[in-house]
Design a protein around this ligand. Structure first.
Ligand code: 13P
Ligand code: SF4
Length: 388
């Protein structure tokens, strides 16, 4: 039986070819397979640029791209690494737009951040616009609650949402430090101890962290729907809530289901189910382990040979894990979930185009954040980077 990913029975055994997209029938078009000459062109352009260039690659990137990354990582590691090479004139960010914006904010004025394809956005980040968040904050002020609320935004948000959090005493978090960021918000904050957190824009990461890691109940959480007056919430609901979760989600991780966990357990006895915290609460509840992309890789590294793993995260990473750990049985958790189509926008032709343009002295697809937004977003990012 072929799945929508073209992988038989979900199992990505030791013979899995991470480069093969044959038979793949994904929602959303994948770019065509890359010309093999492009590998040599990318290598030459990279060599010509030498230390002037630093390439960052998120774990969800294609193999054909990730092979050229100087550093690979999850959002947190890449945010730290962006600032680690002040001598590099060009930071080519193989990831999505919000990551490149954060890199621009965290690097020096003289450094230029390049996103090889400007269409590499993130549907989750787009679910919280600045105007919507401002409107929400005004409603919280009208309800007499804004003074008690600390806004915390997931890294997967635009620079102006990060800046909003910076201006209002809040912070950024990633999937690897969400609990520490929430502890900070509830225990100390910068100016005040929060009674409540407005968590943007991923309701699932917010709920999973609050309930599974901080001992809150589901009743402590309410969902703010930006398309309804007053978020669709009553004063009483807002008064009682500790976590006000923005109604946003990841269109990739949001597709994993609790049934797929039951199904994989039936098919693979003793399987360890490991999922990303952007998955729905009911999926994370049924899983054995939860963690960021970096955490997922570390768990697989430490796992004993012969153990079986069903992974609920983006398919490029899961395929790579199957190849990296041929002594372990690595499966993809769900048959209806596919690549992140925006991450996949960065392919070898775009990377080669960006690198060759830079080598010829032409800066293409530079991502810049205006000074005021960058200042306040940096405040929120620095609060995250300072978390214990
Ligand atoms: P992490 O890299 O923080 O695990 O986030 C996953 C993700 O969805 C990035 O877009
Ligand atoms: Fe956005 Fe989800 Fe893709 Fe990450 S995996 S870039 S959160 S759509």
């Amino acid at each position: 039986m072929a799945t929508q990913t073209g992988l038989p029975l979900f199992v990505l055994g030791r013979d899995a070819d991470p480069h093969s997209e044959k038979g793949v029938d994904c929602p959303g078009e994948l770019p065509p397979a890359s010309d093999p000459d492009l590998v040599e062109r990318a290598r030459k352009a990279k060599e010509a640029l030498g230390d002037r260039l630093f390439v960052l690659g998120h774990h969800y990137q294609r193999d054909e791209v990730i092979q050229f990354a100087d550093v690979t990582g999850d959002s947190f590691k890449l945010a730290r690494q962006a600032a680690a090479r002040p001598e590099a004139e060009f930071i080519v960010f193989c990831g999505v737009h919000f990551m490149a914006e954060s890199a621009d904010i965290l690097t020096a004025e003289t450094q230029k951040v390049i996103l090889p394809d400007l269409a590499a956005g993130c549907s989750m980040a787009d679910m919280a616009t600045f105007d919507q968040v401002e409107e929400c904050w005004e409603s919280l002020e009208d309800a007499g609650l804004a003074d008690q609320v600390i806004p915390v935004t997931y890294m997967n948000s635009s620079a102006d949402i990060k800046a909003f959090c910076g201006r209002n005493g809040g912070a950024v978090c990633t999937s690897s430090n969400a609990k520490r960021a929430l502890d900070w918000a509830f225990e100390r904050g910068e100016f005040k101890r929060g009674e409540k957190v407005l968590f943007l824009p991923d309701q699932h990461l917010g709920r999973n962290t609050a309930v599974l890691e901080m001992g809150m109940s589901l009743d402590d959480c309410v969902v703010w729907n930006p398309h309804r007056p007053n978020g669709g919430l009553t004063q009483e609901q807002l008064d009682r809530a500790r976590m006000i979760l923005w109604k946003g989600h990841c269109s990739v991780h949001g597709r994993f289901t609790a049934e797929s966990v039951d199904d994989v357990r039936r098919r693979i006895p003793g399987v360890n189910v490991l999922v990303h915290p952007e998955c729905k609460h009911e999926v994370v509840l049924k899983a054995d382990h939860v963690g960021s992309t970096e955490h997922i890789i570390k768990m697989l590294e430490a796992a004993p040979a012969g153990s079986s793993w069903a992974i609920g995260t983006e398919l490029n990473l899961v395929k790579r894990l199957a190849v990296m750990f041929p002594d372990k049985n690595v499966s993809f958790l769900d048959k209806t979930v596919c690549y992140c189509s925006t991450m996949n926008r960065i392919d070898l032709p775009h990377l080669v185009w960006a690198l060759e343009s830079l080598a010829l002295g032409e800066v293409v697809n530079q991502i810049t954040v205006d000074d005021d937004t960058a200042h306040w977003a940096r405040v929120a990012l620095d609060r995250m980077l300072a978390l214990p």
